[in-house]
Design a protein around this ligand. Structure first.
Ligand code: UT7
Length: 371
């Protein structure tokens, strides 16, 4: 019998702090009219000092598990798609795994820029369909405000912070993730990148002086690429699922620029009402933008069980991708779970593990060294 990967939980987390276009007018040479007409963005969220990619990811994950009514101890896999990880390593996914108490889960980060959430869903769905996992948590999380050059008007008006998460679960009922397409073109890698801080340009005073730790972008070229691939990739994923464009109830595109979404709508010959759009509220939150738009569409009652959806995105790499999914919602027979209690247990567990390691080093460290 075949196994399917269903979307059974969803959650989001955005910082409280709002940065409006008017506030940006006081920071760089720009204006509200330009930003609205060129991008559709009105405001974005900015992480406070104590918020990080891992903290936003954890909050979104907890909300998604609550919806799915899935105890963290039953999560087999945590994938965090991010371009702004907490550290180069360990993976942000491992920090989330510890903070939610997913004690038997594997965890890794996935770097495919703004296409990362689609890539992550596809990877998680494959492991579920293949039988190696039953329950997976896929998170898109970013604190792009930390890598934006706040004096560069070409980029600083675009990006925002936030996180979104889906729970995927195995079932023999047909549905869930139906098809996916993942593509890349590394020849366009320098169109959107952070040149410094990796092995090619390790951090030095010079890389800092040259602003090489901030996002650099050729906006026009990325725009042209995005408008080329969005409709085409969606169509490919729809065809792969054995569906027609008319069968799709809602398209949830990467929220980078309203004009790019308009171009996708024209390419697919669909009205804008068939698209989930919230770029005006959050700007471009990269990997988080698709799950955040999905969560808001669900809350607005725009997605019902049985609906056919397309998720489509593009980003640095260059990468792009799309997937089709039949919406499921939480498995009905499960009882509500108290996530607060699980989080408390996770905190105690993490504390005890750290102390056990310290005590182990104290009592057995020397003996271990000489062995
Ligand atoms: O997740 C993927 C992330 N990246 C993207 O999605 C980016 C895709 N690209 C875009 O969204 C658009 O290219 C932008 C919104 C970045 C720019 O819009 P555009 O219509 O392509 O503008 P442009 O780059 O062609 O610039 C037009 C003019 C330029 O002035 P000149 O050279 O014509 O005198 C820019 O210097 O607008 C100027 N400009 C601005 N003016 C006011 C650029 N940024 C700003 C600004 N405020 N913030």
């Amino acid at each position: 019998m075949s196994t399917y990967a269903h979307i059974t939980g969803w959650g989001m987390a955005v910082p409280e702090k709002v940065l409006t276009n008017q506030e940006l007018e006081m920071m760089v040479d720009t204006n509200d009219e330009w930003i609205r007409s060129r991008t559709g963005i009105e405001e974005r969220r900015i992480a406070s000092d104590d918020q990080t990619t891992a903290s936003l990811a954890t909050e979104a994950a907890v909300n998604a598990l609550r919806v799915a009514k899935l105890p963290p101890s039953q999560v087999d896999l945590v994938i965090v798609a991010t371009s702004t990880p907490e550290y180069l390593f360990p993976a942000t996914a491992c920090l989330v795994q510890d903070r939610i108490g997913a004690s038997t889960a594997g965890a890794f980060d996935l770097l495919a820029a703004c296409s990362g959430f689609i890539y992550g869903l596809n990877m998680a769905a494959e492991t579920i369909r293949g039988g190696s996992n039953k329950n997976a948590l896929v998170i898109g999380a970013e604190t792009l405000s930390r890598v934006v050059d706040w004096s560069d008007r070409n980029t600083c008006i675009l990006f925002g912070d936030g996180a979104g998460a889906f729970v995927l679960q195995a079932s023999e009922e047909p549905g869930g993730i139906l098809s996916s397409v993942m593509r890349s073109d590394g020849s366009g890698g320098d169109l959107l990148w952070i040149p410094g801080g990796g092995s090619a340009e390790p951090a030095t005073n010079q890389t800092v002086d040259d602003s090489h730790h901030f996002i650099q972008m050729n906006g026009r070229e990325v725009f042209r690429f995005a408008t080329r691939v969005m409709a085409r990739t969606s169509e490919e994923a729809i065809r792969k699922a054995g569906l027609e464009v008319e069968d799709i109830d809602l398209i949830i595109p990467h929220q980078a620029n309203l004009r790019i979404i308009n171009a996708a709508a024209r390419g697919l010959k669909l009205p804008m009402e068939r698209f989930a759009v919230n770029v005006q509220k959050y700007g471009n939150t990269s990997t988080a933008s698709i799950p955040i738009a999905a969560v808001e569409a669900i809350e607005e009652g725009r997605i019902k069980p049985g609906d056919n959806l397309v998720l489509v995105g593009f980003g640095a790499g260059l990468t792009w991708g799309a997937l089709t999914a039949q919406w499921t919602g939480p498995f009905a027979e499960l009882k509500p779970i108290r996530m607060r209690r699980y989080r408390r247990i996770a905190r105690i567990r993490s504390f005890l593990l750290r102390w056990a390691r310290r005590l182990g080093a104290l009592f057995f460290g020397r003996r271990g060294d000489s062995a």
